[in-house]
Design a protein around this ligand. Structure first.
Ligand code: ADP
Length: 350
């Protein structure tokens, strides 16, 4: 009885059932009417005429039912087969596969949803490929550096001194930072970062991070201004992760602000949120780059960022961490040479 599970037989069966029920009902009603209103000597003749009429009607209804069922089933099956075929191709890695969208509303909705899913899968695959390419590219730079030092040492071009090994160590550190960042990125994107929410004064964290970044600030001949009010600004978040985000924002501000520049940090209460604003007088970000700086490996100026050790994933991690704590980060800049402003928004305590 497996054929009863097939849509085409179910449709045909349904149509036939309608014909049979129609014919039986008509026959019964006709019989009642004949017995009530026809003269007894004419009953047999009228009954024969009714049976003939019902037979013709039943044959006509069956033909019409079968034809419409078959046509309808063909349309539905064509769409379903096309979706099944495309699913198999996508499963085999052909992410550019799409189904043709049929005219009927319901089938169109299914086909459009399928195509949207295929497009989402294609984008994920594209991002995966780009990510592998980016990782390989990022690893190549420090590895090439280490290889260069080793070749120089082997050939005797570089002196076998502590300075050379310190330079090599710098490259290894860069490699390590990149691998650590990649690991954090994958965990944060997968939502696997454990957060310890507490209520704390965000100004305390800012003070701690400003003190931590001070050696770099002095090295770069910059100035950091942070003059909070006496009132604590309480947030409900993970203090260590907030510090990690601010360290990234301040680190970037130091990295992208030329000597003599100034970095200002402010904290403000704003309805249900607290905002921490990191503003610098640095190189700024052009409008064309601004929308992309939170994307993985994106650098507004690749050569400059790479020489200064930037991997282009710091802001991606920072934004994911902010999201995980119910906050966000946004960036603004009036353009090249006009400084940048990064705003970290966090949920206010209570
Ligand atoms: P990186 O490690 O390269 O700094 P990020 O993800 O932290 O990576 O930043 C991405 C890009 O955003 C940087 O390469 C830089 O082009 C731009 N950027 C970030 N912060 C600033 C800033 N304060 N001033 C100017 N450009 C910035």
């Amino acid at each position: 009885m497996r054929f009863w599970r097939q849509l085409r037989w179910q449709m045909i069966g349904a149509q036939m059932l309608v014909v049979v029920v129609g014919v039986v009902t008509l026959n019964l009603t006709a019989n009642i009417l004949i017995e009530q209103s026809i003269a007894p000597d004419q009953v047999a003749t009228v009954r024969t005429a009714v049976v003939q009429a019902l037979t013709v009607a039943a044959v006509a209804a069956t033909i019409a039912g079968l034809t419409t069922s078959i046509l309808l089933v063909q349309v539905i099956l064509r769409s379903l087969r096309s979706i099944a075929r495309s699913s198999r191709r996508i499963a085999a890695g052909r992410y550019d596969e799409r189904v043709t969208v049929p005219a009927s509303d319901e089938l169109r909705a299914v086909a459009e949803s399928f195509n949207q899913m295929a497009e989402a899968l294609e984008q994920i695959e594209q991002r995966r490929i780009t990510m592998i390419g980016n990782v390989a590219h990022e690893l190549r730079t420090p590895l090439a550096g280490i290889e260069g030092y080793l070749e120089g040492l082997i050939d005797g071009v570089l002196p076998n001194t502590a300075d050379t090994f310190l330079d090599m160590k710098q490259e290894v550190r860069r490699l390590r930072r990149l691998v650590d960042d990649l690991q954090t990125l994958s965990r944060v994107e997968a939502g696997q970062i454990a957060l310890h929410f507490t209520t704390f004064d965000v100004n305390d964290v800012i003070r701690r991070v400003v003190a931590q970044i001070q050696p770099q600030v002095l090295d770069s001949c910059l100035q950091v201004q942070f003059a909070p009010d006496q009132q604590p600004i309480l947030v409900h978040a993970d203090a260590d992760r907030v510090a990690q985000i601010l360290l990234n924002l301040l680190g970037n501000a130091v990295r992208y602000t030329p000597e003599g520049g100034c970095i200002t940090v402010r904290s403000e209460l704003n309805n249900d949120n607290v905002q921490v604003i990191v503003e610098d007088t640095g190189i700024g970000i052009s409008a064309e780059h601004l929308p992309f700086i939170f994307e993985r490996f994106y650098r507004a100026d690749p050569s400059r960022a790479r020489t200064s050790g930037g991997s282009g994933i710091g802001l991606t991690i920072a934004r994911h961490l902010a999201w995980a704590m119910g906050g966000d980060i946004s960036a603004a800049s009036a353009g090249i040479g006009k400084g940048s402003t990064f705003t970290l928004t966090l949920p206010r305590a209570g």
